[in-house]
Design a protein around this ligand. Structure first.
Ligand SMILES: [Mn+2]
Length: 244
């Protein structure tokens, strides 16, 4: 029986060094299908290059909250927001705005759904510590997800914390962040492996890929990126800037 593998990446946030390390690991495993769950630009120094790379290699790209608001930042917005907006080419900004918000897939007889943050909106967050109601809300159909088959497996990004949780036959997992991990400094991505029908095994694997953090910090410094000091602190410590 032949099994299929899909690599899921998310929250690259313009960190090209981390992205290249993760893509190299995916390629070294012989995995050719890559799905990106969003937040490709913004926060880090090389959003445009990250978007270009994802347009090349990712079969699916989903719109995250940053991808959604970055093209709409006004000229008199926060200095760093304008910097991140202008770092991305107009063509790539427009492309980000066209991306789907939710994508469904069948694997091993399971309906699997991917979105950036929640079934409601890329701007509505569900943390690692969540209520049973929030858990349940990730599996329902909404205007954002459409009214396809209801999933039993949901994968998302947004919170930069990788985890897997199964309750009453439903599995919720977060792929964590490639470019700005906030659970530990080492980037994470997820490999899904399964087959064509329910007789096939199904697995979810979290992979951690070390990279040279100081190379990325030096890039932000050389480009004089606004807020680069808190960015460097987050990359080195995985502690969110709001908790530094
Ligand atoms: Mn994000």
């Amino acid at each position: 029986m032949s099994l299929e593998r899909i690599a899921l990446i998310s929250d690259i946030h313009g960190n090209l060094t981390a992205l290249e390390s993760v893509l190299a690991d995916i390629a070294a495993r012989g995995i050719t299908r890559v799905f990106n769950l969003g937040d490709t630009a913004g926060k880090g120094p090389r959003g445009d290059a990250a978007v270009r790379r994802c347009r090349e290699v990712c079969e699916v790209n989903i719109r995250g909250n940053w991808d959604d608001f970055l093209p709409r930042i006004a000229d008199d917005g926060l200095e760093e927001m304008v910097w991140w907006r202008d770092e991305v080419s107009p063509e790539n900004l427009a492309w980000l705005g066209t991306l789907p918000l939710s994508v469904d897939l069948m694997m091993s007889g399971r309906v699997i759904r991917f979105f950036h943050a929640s079934a409601t909106s890329p701007h509505m967050r569900v943390h690692f510590h969540h209520s049973p109601e929030e858990f349940a809300s990730m599996f329902v159909n909404t205007p954002m997800t459409g009214d396809g088959l209801v999933p039993s497996v949901v994968g998302y990004g947004d919170i930069h914390d990788a985890y897997i949780e199964t309750v009453d036959g439903r599995t919720l997992f977060n792929v964590g962040s490639v470019g700005n991990p906030l659970d530990e400094p080492t980037p994470s991505y997820v490999i899904l492996e399964g087959g064509a029908d329910a007789s096939a095994t199904f697995s979810i694997q979290v992979v951690r890929v070390p990279y040279d953090i100081e190379v990325e910090v030096a890039v932000a410094e050389s480009l004089r990126m606004p807020t680069r000091d808190v960015w460097a602190m987050e990359l080195r410590t995985a502690v969110h800037r709001g908790r530094q």
